[in-house]
Structure formats: C-alpha cells, structure tokens
Design a protein around this ligand. Sequence first.
Ligand SMILES: Cc1cc2nc3c(=O)[nH]c(=O)nc-3n(C[C@H](O)[C@H](O)[C@H](O)COP(=O)(O)OP(=O)(O)OC[C@H]3O[C@@H](n4cnc5c(N)ncnc54)[C@H](O)[C@@H]3O)c2cc1C
Length: 484
Amino acid sequence: MTTRIAIVGGGTAGLAAAYELEKARAAGAAVGYTLFEERPRLGGSLASEIVNGAVLERGPDSFLTEKPAAAELCRELGLGSDLIPSNDAARKTYIVVRNRLVALPDGLMFLVPTKLVPTALTPLFSFPTKIRMALELLHPPRPAAGDEPVAALVERHFGREAVDRLADPLLSGIYGGDATQLSAQTVLTRMVDMERQYGSLTRGMLAAHRKMRAMAKTSSKTRSGGAAIFTALRGGMQQLVDAAVARLDPASVRIGTPARAIMRTGKGWSVEAGESRQDFDALIVATPAWAAAALLGPADAALSEELSGIPYSSSITINLVYDEAKIGTLPEGFGFLVPAVEGRSMLACTFVHRKFLGRTPPGKAVFRAFLGGMRGGALLAESDEALLATVRREMTEILGAKIFPAAVEPEHAQVTRWRRAMAQYAVGHKQRIERINARVAALPGLRLVGNAYDGIGVPDCIRLGRKAARELAAASAPAAAPMV
Ligand SMILES: Cc1cc2nc3c(=O)[nH]c(=O)nc-3n(C[C@H](O)[C@H](O)[C@H](O)COP(=O)(O)OP(=O)(O)OC[C@H]3O[C@@H](n4cnc5c(N)ncnc54)[C@H](O)[C@@H]3O)c2cc1C
C-alpha cells in the first residue's frame, strides 16, 4: 500500500521535503505526496529575478558555506557549476556610528574581539569599553544558569556599547531580531559553553581558534582550503526553486491552495484545502509556526499554543540598481549595518556587486537595503514610494552626498515585504522546542519543519525538510515487487 503524505507549505523546507519524497518515490518507495502552497508560486522567501542582467534577490541572497545542506541539494539538482563563492577578498563590513561608517575591527570573531591592537585603535568603541574588553580576559568561569537574552550575556562581558554597536546590528542582520529578546542559549550556544568552561569569551574564542588551526593542519578539507563564508547561485536563489520544482510530479503540487483545516483521522490526517478534503497517512507542516498553530489547534490545543508563542519579525528588502558612473566611489567592502541606537529605518545595506562577482553587469552598482525587524513592523504599511524615499535619504546621509547623490535616480528599484517571515529564537526557545517535540512525538506521522525550530537559515530549513521526508518515507512499506 502506498503511504500518502501531505506537505503543507511550499517554501524552502516544504519544497525540500517534496523533492526528497519524489526522490524516494522514483527510487521505488511506496510513497505519494501532495504539496499544498497558498501562494501562486513555490519557494517561499527564496525568490530572485534578473533585471537587465543584474540578479536581484528579494529574499536570501546566499547561504553559509559551512552548513552543507543547501549546496548539496544544489549539486543534486545539477546546479553545482552555478554555485559561486562570496568575494571574501573584499570582505569588510561597516557599522554606522553617528552617520559615519566604522569598519569592524580586525580579529573580531563574531561578537568577540581577539586582537589587542585593532581593538585598541578602532573608533567603534569608547575608551571605557576598550578597557572593559581587555579586562574581560579575567572573567571567571560561570556555572550553568538558565537562559537569558543575548544582550545580557554580551553586556556582562563587554559592556552596553558592545550590545548596541555589535550584538544588536549583527544579530538583526541575521535574525531580523532584537538582542534584548533573542535567546543566548539558542543563538549564542557556543559562547554560553565558553563562558562555562573558560569564563572569558575572548580566551574561549582564542582556544577554539587554536584548535581549528591545528585541525586545519591535519585535514585538507578545511576552510583554509579556501572555502568562502557564503555561497550563492550565479543566477539567484530562484534557480534552486526552479530546479527543485522541475523534479516534482506536477500532479502532486497544488499552488494557490491554502490548507484551511487539518484534522486527525483514525489512521492519519485529513487536510481541507481549496474545494476538497483529502486523507493522508502522514503530514509535514512546513508553514511558519503561527500558521501551523492555527491549523493544528483542533488536533492538539497545547501544541498549537506552544507554536503560537514563537514570535516572528517582518522585514522589507529594497534593491536599487544604479549607473556606477553617476555615483561616487564606495568604500571597499560588502556593506554596512545600522545599529538600532542610530534611530534609522534601515537595518543594513549590502553592496551586492561587491559581495558576489559576476551577478551584476559591469558599470552597475546594486544596493540591497533591509528595513524592519522587531522594531520596524509599522514600515510594512508604508507605500513603496515612501519606503524608497526613506532608503535613498538615509543612504545619502550615511554614505555622503558625494558617494550617493540624492538627485541621482536609480535605474531600477524593487520593494519586497516579508510579513512575519523570520522566526525569533526568544529566551526559552530551546525549552519550548523540547515541549513541541514531545507533543509531536505523540502524534503519529506528524513532522514540523521550517525556520521556527532548529536553525533560521536556508541550509537548516533544507536539512529539516529532507530529514522529515526521509523518515516518513522510510517508515512506509517498500513498493510491491513487480509481478513479472
Ligand atoms: C529577507 C530575508 C532574507 C534572508 N536572507 C537569508 C540569507 O541570506 N541566507 C539564509 O540562509 N537565510 C536567509 N533568510 C532566512 C531564510 O530564507 C528563511 O528562514 C527560510 O527560507 C524559511 O523557509 P521556510 O520553509 O521555513 O519558510 P517559508 O519560505 O516562509 O515558507 C513557508 C511557506 O508556507 C506557506 N503557507 C503558509 N500558510 C499556508 C497554508 N495554510 N497552506 C499552504 N501554504 C501555506 C507560505 O506561503 C510559504 O510559501 C532570509 C529571510 C528573509 C525573509
């Protein structure tokens, strides 16, 4: 008998799950699937287009190279030769400090300064903060305690300025979140462990660095082998979506079809979507957690409550294409981050033509601005024109009128709103996920996948989606042997 599996949500995780089930089916497993996606397209936040030769990413532009799941999927889909590294030779990131771009000091390992001279010389921190950073080496080990906000951990070691000028902008660049709410245990797991073991995060980072260098000497397959920090697709993330969709059985895909209700049946699950109601043996819910909460309420009210407790942030991306000849020379690097204390709408800006080479035509500059995050939800209601005007004004104020003249019009501008798209790993997230996992384990055939659970990035969502599909396919009976 064929095991019928419903996938609800066709974003990164749901698409990866569908691909995996299709692969299992093609290999002879007795599985069938139906993928329900409410929007008219698959891919969720993976969305890019090519405008006059420039790759414009509406959502993610790349993935972390050290997390292999995304590149692996790309290779399986025949996109191996389109994987391109970030241009790390030009990697430099700035923090906006009172309208000035200040480069992150050399030796900064994520949030931890590890080099004395660059830290002593940087204008990013005041003198008292620098003294505090030096004294951090003397922090005694701290016994395990409960979860706390990232801001509390960073402030304890490096002071408030390090929260405002480092933790806040770096984390809002990754999570669209707020350092006073994000969970140290989930988001900075390594640092929490280092604090327990070494006391000083600087000493912990240096020890980890020494270990990595020693491993690099004994292994040829390491970062020192030249892998870039980020990997992208030459033609944009849409390539991944198109290649995965091409592998699916069109009869198994229902776009523009939101699941409206999910019920448990005697043997499995029933999904009400579009005009019909269908029964399935197993169910992968790959929607955001808040949507999963609404759908799973009738099956398990406590699970639904846990899911609805996962906060989400919204964001806006704005791509601007300029004729390079009409603007000034940009500072070298990938772009800048804007701390919340600067009081701006922008959270960050990437110099796209610098970060990945070969995706922008010669003579053009592409800027990608991020707005929103936990504090900027109200911006979503503003018109495209108002948002564009805000970004152009702030870019001129930050980069200066010589580099970014206010009067020069972009050749192309594109605004994308992402409503409640990024899950926030708030304080207590790990414990919440343990409670969610316990409830899911008691509901046979159910899997929850997506960015709300075990990693926010594209590779994490792909890994979770494929794992869920593999598990359900493995639990199904093998296809009957042919009669002849
Ligand atoms: C602007 C932006 C930039 C990012 N940049 C990066 C980056 O550079 N690198 C990186 O690794 N990660 C990045 N991320 C994070 C990463 O892209 C996301 O976390 C990941 O793609 C989310 O995948 P998902 O499958 O969990 O959710 P989604 O992609 O949001 O998919 C969920 C899907 O469920 C559908 N759905 C909802 N309700 C229903 C329903 N009732 N019935 C049917 N379908 C439903 C939605 O329409 C959607 O398609 C970025 C995210 C954003 C928003």
